[in-house]
Design a protein around this ligand. Sequence first.
Ligand SMILES: Cc1ncc(COP(=O)(O)O)c(C=O)c1O
Length: 373
Amino acid sequence: MTEFATRVEDVSISGIREVFEAAGEDAINLGIGQPDFPTPGHARRAAIEAIESGQVDAYTSNKGIRQLREAIATKYDRDYGIEVDPENTMATSGGSEALHLALEAHVDPGQEVIFPDPGFVSYDALTRFAGGTPNPLSLREDLTLDPAAVEEAITDETAAFIVNSPSNPTGSVQSEADMREFARIADEHDVLCISDEVYEHIVFEGEHHSPLKFAETDNVIVVSACSKTYSMTGWRLGWLVGSGDRIDRMVRIHQYAQACASAPAQFAAEAALTGPQDPVDEMVAAFEERRDVVVDGLVDAGLEVPTPSGAFYAMPKVPEGWCEEVLDRGVVVVPGDAFGANGAGYARLSYATSMEDLKDALEIMDDATTAVQ
Ligand SMILES: Cc1ncc(COP(=O)(O)O)c(C=O)c1O
């Protein structure tokens, strides 16, 4: 019988799925990694119009429709003053495919990829699929990634390091100084920096900075998506920004594996990027209000939690048995070790859920904390 490939056998289904499966039907779900808001109406309508006018019946160019790539390029200028050539962008099937392409195109078997631990679950799995060796790095006390630790971890075998700000699972945001350092490290060590910026607009304190702005070589690639910013996780539309050579290599894989990103989603994304941004502001304001309630509630329960400055996650330190106790009482949280060995002793809570549910969940978590202490 044909055996399964080692690279797939080496990777298991995300630990997040296991928690969902263990939860009762009426559980309050603080495990979800997507905004609880509708996709903006103008983005939906753009897709409908594109469908009805027959513009999406065929493949698009492999890199995506020109007007979307122009919208992506314009966005970097508008938001960060970064000049991007539309030729140096490509549309992908979500940020997930963009990460996959970045690693497949740059990692040779046996090469190392450095990423934050705790960090987004895909970094470890996609590194393995590319034949690479994961090199997870522990974080600072405030749950940010220390550029000095990255620099120290780089060896001749390092193909890339991944930076993720705002971060899933910690909600931490890297400072401008850190981003300048990441760019310098990528330049000086001639190592690729993959900057995962899918939460770029969900920032409460300070601002998002991209290492792309500070790099002097083409060693920074940006991954982003409509998924979180515009509550479009189901549309599957992300993108990559990188030098022409790097995009060319990533398109080679995308062309054979995907052909092009979904055409209706490309039209919706163009409208989301170029249309009014008020829905994003409203969503971010709601997340910030919930963030404050969640952090206060966790601190009142006696838990230690760095105040997250972005995304929609909080990551408190929790006593032994806390996640199980909370789950038994009907609240789904994700144990920190689902995001890497250094996540043990933490839990990830998503506050992409209603204030009412959050308040109920905080009461339950308070009781659960007392029960396990
Ligand atoms: C840090 C991070 N990067 C990338 C992704 C993938 O996003 P998408 O839904 O666009 O594939 C996610 C989704 O949860 C994420 O949290």
